[in-house]
Design a protein around this ligand. Structure first.
Ligand code: PDD
Length: 286
């Protein structure tokens, strides 16, 4: 990576400096986004900017940039990697201030962004599926805010890794919410089910696209709470995220999902998703 964006400047990463009193560093007081770019085009940019605006509004931090300004920053960062598939990370924190939990009266937000090549999941994860664990959702009650304070998510993901799995599927009071860094879909009786939006999940951009694709192709998709019981009897389980796309989960807590192979509904949805992505790269989809 040759450059990052920090507070109006494009700098080599080792020259970018942030105050040790930044509230992002001291309190985890900030929000972030991760957006993919395919074929040199920012995928679902308006959706990501709308979610960023919602996160900023939720923590009462003014949006430091217009959509056109964000676009210009991302476009310049992406230029380094040309048309290769990449992801943009951006974060906005409440900036430096003397340590006090209450918000400072004067705020100079810290705005940081960079682009890196997208690391797709290894091919065998798509063909074989991945392992996951279920564990208690120990997070707070504002999981709809894309907050940089990710200690609980990091602990939960680590728990999965230490058990030889790639993701932790989170359960709150007997209901499956989402993954540590992904949304969850199940297939049961040829219907898709995913958790409804609300304070207990991040409204994933990939999740919304899967729902949209399902609706456009006569695939029934319910947005409703998934009880652990329903979850355990699912024919297929998938995770979705901007960087992992739609990944089948074939082992949960050491047990096989269905016959232990990615299912036919995943094959269908992934083909539709790839079609949509190709149309987007060709400028035929938003
Ligand atoms: N995480 N839920 C959580 C808790 C997430 O952190 C993410 C994404 C998602 C999926 O959202 P989307 O489809 O918009 O990527 C759901 C990103 C990729 C990350 O933290 O790196």
């Amino acid at each position: 990576m040759k450059q990052v964006y920090l507070n109006g400047e494009f700098l080599p990463p080792d020259q970018a400096r942030v105050s040790v009193f930044d509230r992002g560093f001291v309190f985890g007081d900030g929000v972030y986004e991760v957006l993919p770019a395919f074929g040199g085009r920012l995928f679902r940019l308006p959706h990501h900017l709308a979610r960023l605006a919602a996160s900023l509004a939720a923590i009462r931090l003014p949006n430091p940039h217009t959509a056109a300004e964000w676009n210009a920053i991302f476009t310049r960062l992406m230029a380094e990697h040309g048309a290769q598939d990449q992801s943009i990370y951006l974060q906005v924190t409440r900036g430096p201030a003397p340590r006090d939990h209450a918000f400072p009266a004067q705020v100079t937000p810290t705005v940081f962004a960079y682009a890196q090549l997208l690391k797709y999941p290894p091919a065998e994860q798509l063909t074989q599926g991945v392992a996951a664990i279920t564990t208690e959702d120990i997070r707070w009650r504002r999981c709809d805010i894309k907050a940089i304070a990710l200690l609980a998510n990091a602990m939960l993901r680590q728990e999965a890794i230490e058990q030889g799995a790639v993701e932790a599927i989170l359960v709150r009071e007997g209901v499956v919410t989402e993954g540590a860094a992904s949304n969850i879909f199940i297939v049961t009786h040829n219907r898709l089910i995913t958790a409804p939006k609300g304070p207990f999940i991040l409204p994933g951009i990939t999740r919304d696209l899967v729902v949209e694709i399902a609706n456009a192709n006569n695939i029934t998709c319910d947005e409703r709470p998934i009880s652990l019981e329903t979850f355990k009897s699912a024919d297929e389980v998938w995770l979705t995220s901007s960087t992992k796309e739609i990944l089948p989960i074939t082992r949960i807590d050491g047990r096989l999902v269905g016959n232990g192979k990615p299912g036919p509904m995943h094959a269908r949805m992934f083909a539709l998703y790839k079609e949509y992505k190709q149309a987007f790269i060709a400028g035929q989809a938003h």
